[in-house]
Write a protein that binds this ligand. Sequence first.
Ligand SMILES: NC(=O)c1ccc[n+]([C@@H]2O[C@H](COP(=O)([O-])OP(=O)(O)OC[C@H]3O[C@@H](n4cnc5c(N)ncnc54)[C@H](O)[C@@H]3O)[C@@H](O)[C@H]2O)c1
Length: 382
Amino acid sequence: MADKIVKLGVIGLGNIAQQHINNVLQGEVENTKLTAVCSRQQTPNDLEGVRHFSCYKALIDSGIVDAVLIATPTMSHFEISQYALQKNIHVLLEKPIGLSSFEGEQLVASVQPGTQFALMLNQRTDANYVKIKQIVDSGVLGEITRTHWTMTNWFRPEIYFQASDWRATWKGEGGGALVNQCIHNIDIFQWICGIPASINGFCEFGKYHDIEVEDEVTAYFRYTNKATGVFVASTGESPGVNRFDIIGDKGSLHFEPGKLIQKLNGQSTQAFSRNTTDMFGMPEVEITDITANEKVNQHAIILNNFVRAILFGETLMTPAQAGLASLDIANGILMSSWTNQQVKLPFDRKAYQQQLEQKIASSKLRVKSNIQATVDMSKSYR
Ligand SMILES: NC(=O)c1ccc[n+]([C@@H]2O[C@H](COP(=O)([O-])OP(=O)(O)OC[C@H]3O[C@@H](n4cnc5c(N)ncnc54)[C@H](O)[C@@H]3O)[C@@H](O)[C@H]2O)c1
């Protein structure tokens, strides 16, 4: 196996790209050689021997890469991925797949057989989310009746936005908290609990920050089986919480970072309700702490899988099309909020794209602040 190598180019040299590069250089990714990088800034000294390009097309056409990891601002995801896919270069794209699911759908449709196209949905490797998914899929909770995810733990101070020209602008990323930070949570939410049939969204735009996009979100989901879901998010609260509750007819799961609690009734709550003669009775419950304490290198797992898919035909854990549903939901919450109407799914991606283009037409990239921001990426993951 050691003789098989993917020659990787990284496009973008910002916050997250540095982390991917470190993973490769520190040996966290097998069968991979970093051969090229592309950015608008200089190559750091520790990338000696790695060819630097200032134009992504030149990198893709250079003949020295089999695959690219695209870690540029979201507004360029469509253009750069489309160019690479046309040239049959394998692509691992940072989330989200594009400014909208309309863009993502076109990218997915353009993939040629034999070319791998994956998306960095790294939180799907989180041990607790994996465990929650296994339990829900096993059916032990019975039919899901209600869910509630409060993700207000994405606090971002003003400098996070002001230090970049693209973040939290319609033009630069097609939204704010929903498409940037929360796309991870919405992806996990729909991966585990399915896609709702309708969405009512209520967003606050620039409530906590000097930005034009949403920084506080409340959404109400309804599913075909009458299950209901609530998603609440904020980038303006501190300290926020990350609290995910899944209620089924036979039991429930309750997650907070570092704590996963399972409550099993051992029988159907509905059946108990209909059969008991005890006016204040409740089903017996068995409560177990099932927290998964295993910490994993999420980004490296996805990158290793991408490389093995190229070299050995392993199935992609996060194929790019897996990123469409979460973006449909994020876009649907925005659409509902703009129109003050319920949005039905399957989502009208084209109608959303037209609305987004109007927002983009009156949006400008920001002039970056001169203040030097300090960056510790390990604090960015919640
Ligand atoms: N999966 C995760 O955990 C995670 C974490 C952070 C960011 N992200 C995603 O990664 C992307 C980048 O975010 P970031 O915080 O690293 O951004 P950043 O602003 O820190 O870095 C962006 C980099 O892209 C380069 N760039 C911009 N336009 C380019 C172009 N046309 N060609 C080549 N290079 C170009 C810039 O020079 C810069 O080096 C975003 O889409 C973001 O949502 C994902």
